[in-house]
Design a protein around this ligand. Sequence first.
Ligand code: C2E
Ligand code: CA
Ligand code: CA
Ligand code: CA
Length: 275
Amino acid sequence: AKSKSKGSYALFNDDFGITIDRQHQMERELKLSIHNNELCCYFQPQYDYEKKSIVGFESLARWHSAKFGMVSPVTFISMAENTGFIKELGRFVVDQTFAFAKTIQGRGIRVSFNASPVELLQADYVNYVIERFCYYGLTPGSVAIEVTESSLIESFDEVIKKFKILSGYGIYVYLDDFGTGFSSLTYLKNLPIHSVKIDKSFIDEVVTDRVGRDIVDMIVRLAKRLNLEVIAEGVETQAQIECIYDCGCRMIQGYFISPPVPWERALSLLDVMHK
Ligand code: C2E
Ligand code: CA
Ligand code: CA
Ligand code: CA
């Protein structure tokens, strides 16, 4: 199937750094991924270092393509957005996440999932989330939606309205990748959100860089003042955990605890790491 003319190799798509030809193939495969059972969610523990217990999971989409191998969500999410497949993909993620949350209901665990700005701005996205939340009979506080600060850029008021509707049902809102956006400190106090997730780029530096540590310290203190929970993401070492804990943050997510794992494996982690 590799009968390309010499010229077609020059046709690169800037977004993915791959040939247009390959991109179109991948788009076609992506559209079939749900039907072909290639799409699933993995779950990464969110760990309370003080309680020494898993208190949450983040649901992360995975595409094991028969043709392309493991494709990063960074690639296939934006591809799905460009092709319109994002609607189906997003609904799939919501359903997987809620089904998982239902399975572990009653154990005091919250399962979060990601919504890109494009998804959040779809007219019927929030309605779908609420409809499924009710369908699965989930209890308030058992799931959370992770959104980035960039969601707020385009239509601030509209997005705030959506946050309020979601939290009204007990679907918590987390501000993801906190500190990397355009933003933050000035409007943070008016946002109807439950938690902020400190971006990995700050966690990377927390041990080695004095300023990096000060930033984490400041984010944690500000969040506490505003009665927000803080989760540190991308924690990879014991030294980082200790440093973060010293800053007053007890909620940890990262490879040091566990990478994202398939459904069954997540359940068995819960057996050994949940109190
Ligand atoms: P994110 O929401 O910031 O997710 C955190 C990413 O960091 C995940 O990458 C996770 O596997 C990775 N990670 C967690 N702990 C560590 C660590 O200790 N070290 C390192 N190096 N990485 C760590 P992943 O799963 O590849 O997802 C990348 C991004 O793709 C996510 O960033 C999110 O923006 C997007 N994404 C993933 N799944 C979905 C989804 O279902 N829907 C939407 N809209 N976006 C998704
Ligand atoms: Ca996230
Ligand atoms: Ca993040
Ligand atoms: Ca990120």
